[in-house]
Design a protein around this ligand. Structure first.
Ligand code: IPM
Ligand code: MG
Length: 367
C-alpha cells in the first residue's frame, strides 16, 4: 500500500509550537515502527488570512479533501476579533468540517490518574473517568438557515436556526452506537425535547436506531440535566451523543472535569473514502491560547494524543495508538509537567519541547 498522506495545519497561537512536537512523534513512528507518513503542511485560520486574505484557501481545502487524514493545531486570536464574520479564523475550521462532511466529532474526556487532584472536583468523582462525547458537527444551529442580523421595524434582530434532518441524526447516532459497542455499551443521548421540536425528532430517531443495537443500554437526558449530572457523577456515563451546540458546551465541561483542557484530543469523522478510511480531521480540544503563544510554555499533549487518535481511527494502528497513549501516561506518572499542570506548585515547568523530549524517551523505552 502507498504511504498514507497527512496534511498538517498548525494554525494560530500555540498551534505551530505544539504541532512541532507532533511532527517529531510522527517521524519517530516512521523511523522506529516502520510507519512512514507523507506529511505536508499548510496554513489555516488567522495565519492563512494574513497570507491570503482568507482563513482557508480553495487550494488548502482541496489538499484536505485528498489527504488520508488532516491534523489541525488551533485557530483564532484577539488580533482577528475585528474581522468580518465571513473571514474570521474560525470560519476556516468550520469550512473544513462542513465541506469534508465530518459529522461525528469524538471528544474523549479521560482523567489521567496523575492529574486527578488537578480537577476542580473531588478525586473520587473523577479518578478513572473515561467517557466519550459524540458531538454532531456539520448541522444544527451552527449552519441552519435562515441566519444573520436583519432589520426588523425600528430595531435589528439576530437569527440562527436549529435544524436537523432525520438522516443527519441517524448517521451520528449510528456512529455513537458503534462506538458504544466497542466500549461499555452504554449510550446517553442529550437534547431538549421538552422545549425544542428538533429535540423531539432527535429523541425519536436515536430511539429508532437504538432498536438495531439491543446490546447497548440507551438512555435520554435533557441537556441541561446532562450538564448537571456530568458535574455530579460523571462516571455514570460511557458514551454521550448530542447535537452541535450542546456538544460544544458539554465537551468543554467534560474536558475541565479531567483537570486540564490541554490534555484532550478529538477526532472528527465523516463517511468512508474510496480507500475505506473515513474522512478525518484530528485536533486538540483546546484553543490557540494567544496569551502564552510563542513562549514555549504550551502543553503539546492534546495535539500528540490527537495524532494517536489518527493512528487508531484512520490508519487502523490501535496498538501503536495505545503505545503513544501509554508513553504520555508514563511521563505524567513520572511527574513531568508543563506549566498548565503545575498550578500552585513552586517547581519549574517543562517547556513544550522538553515535554516532547520526555514522550519520545518513553516511546524509545517502549520498543
Ligand atoms: C470547538 C470550538 C469551535 C466550535 C470554534 C473554534 C468554532 O469551540 O471546536 O469546540 O465552536 O465548534
Ligand atoms: Mg468549543
Amino acid at each position: 500500500m502507498s504511504t498514507p498522506s497527512l496534511l498538517i495545519l498548525p494554525g494560530d497561537g500555540i498551534g505551530p509550537e505544539v504541532m512541532a512536537e507532533v511532527r517529531r512523534i510522527i517521524d519517530w513512528f516512521g523511523a522506529k515502527r516502520g510507519l512512514p507518513f507523507d506529511v505536508s503542511e499548510d496554513l489555516v485560520g488567522g495565519a492563512a488570512y494574513d497570507a491570503h486574505g482568507t482563513p482557508l484557501t480553495d487550494d488548502t481545502m482541496a489538499l484536505a479533501q485528498d489527504a488520508d487524514a488532516v491534523l489541525l493545531g488551533a485557530v483564532g486570536g484577539p488580533k482577528y476579533d475585528v474581522l468580518d464574520f465571513s473571514v474570521k479564523p474560525e470560519r476556516g475550521l468550520l469550512r473544513l468540517r462542513k465541506e469534508m462532511d465530518l459529522f461525528a466529532n469524538l471528544r474523549p474526556a479521560q482523567c489521567f490518574d496523575a492529574l486527578a487532584d488537578f480537577s476542580s472536583l473531588k478525586r473520587d468523582v473523577v479518578a478513572g473517568l473515561d467517557i466519550m462525547i459524540v458531538r454532531e458537527l456539520t448541522s444544527g444551529v451552527y449552519f441552519g438557515e435562515p441566519r444573520g442580523i436583519f432589520e426588523d421595524g425600528n430595531e435589528r434582530v439576530g437569527i440562527n436556526t436549529q435544524r436537523y434532518t432525520e438522516s443527519e441524526i441517524e448517521r451520528v447516532a449510528r456512529s455513537a452506537f458503534d462506538l458504544a459497542m466497542k466500549r461499555d455499551r452504554k449510550l446517553c443521548s442529550m437534547e431538549k425535547a421538552n422545549v425544542m421540536e428538533s429535540g423531539v425528532l432527535w429523541r425519536e430517531v436515536v430511539t429508532r436506531v437504538g432498536a438495531e443495537y439491543p446490546d447497548v443500554e440507551l438512555s435520554h437526558m435533557y441537556a441541561d440535566a446532562g450538564a448537571m449530572q456530568l458535574t455530579r457523577w460523571p462516571k455514570q456515563f460511557d458514551v454521550i451523543v448530542t447535537d452541535n451546540l450542546f456538544g460544544d458546551l458539554l465537551s468543554d465541561l467534560a474536558a475541565m472535569l479531567t483537570g486540564s483542557l490541554g490534555m484532550l484530543p478529538s477526532a472528527s469523522l465523516g463517511a468512508p473514502m474510496s480507500n475505506g478510511r473515513p474522512k478525518a480531521l484530528y485536533e486538540p480540544v483546546h484553543g490557540s491560547a494567544p496569551d502564552i503563544a510563542g513562549q514555549g510554555k504550551a502543553n503539546p499533549i492534546a495535539c500528540i494524543l490527537s495524532f494517536a487518535m489518527a493512528l487508531r481511527y484512520s490508519f487502523d494502528q490501535g496498538a501503536e495508538a495505545s503505545r503513544l497513549e501509554a508513553a504520555v501516561e508514563h511521563v505524567l506518572a513520572e511527574g513531568h509537567r508543563t506549566a498548565d499542570l503545575l498550578g500552585e506548585e513552586g517547581r519549574a515547568p517543562l517547556s513544550t519541547s522538553a515535554m516532547g523530549d520526555a514522550i519520545l524517551a518513553a516511546l524509545d523505552a517502549s520498543v
